[in-house]
Design a protein around this ligand. Structure first.
Ligand code: UDP
Ligand code: MG
Length: 140
């Protein structure tokens, strides 16, 4: 069944000029871009988006990082796109992410308190619905 996922190109991806690479991978895979926006995340958006991580040691560094520059928010659609994009992204830790994945190919450890790993992708149908509403409040 076709579904939608929320993808973010994080500030490291935008700053390093990797937006086109990420978008090209999504398009070449065959997923469809439904919404696309270059934005600066507000404190409220980040608090909502990362609510599950509040209180963890990397939470404040993560919020500071995500506020450090513009991000690209997008909605992509396709059958099993939520799982499919997570596979394309690779695991969270850039050092462990497999070559061929976005994180494995394009990110590395920089010795910081937060892992700068280029992209976010929703992890479930429920998360996707919640996150799409945060980044595209007028509807997607
Ligand atoms: N993160 C981190 N250190 C950790 C766990 C997470 O810096 O030990 C950051 C990393 O940028 C990650 C984000 O917090 O992408 C959200 O964590 P999550 O476990 O949800 O990973 P994701 O779903 O992004 O793979
Ligand atoms: Mg997550």
């Amino acid at each position: 069944m076709s579904e939608r996922t929320l993808i973010l190109v994080k500030p490291d991806g935008v700053e390093r000029g990797l937006v086109g690479d990420v978008l090209a991978r999504i398009e070449r895979k065959g997923y469809v871009l439904e919404q696309l926006s270059l934005v600066r995340a507000t404190a409220d958006q980040l608090a909502a988006h990362y609510a599950e991580h509040e209180g963890k040691p990397f939470y404040q560094p993560l919020v500071d990082f995500m506020s450090s520059g513009p991000i690209v928010a997008l909605v992509a659609s396709g059958d099993d796109v939520i799982r499919g994009f997570r596979v394309m992204a690779g695991v969270s830790d850039p050092t462990e992410a497999a070559p061929g994945t976005i994180r494995g190919d394009l990110s590395r450890d920089w010795g910081e308190k937060v892992q700068k790993n280029i992209v976010h992708g929703s992890d479930s149908v429920e998360s996707a619905q919640r996150e799409i509403a945060i980044w595209f409040p007028t509807g997607a």
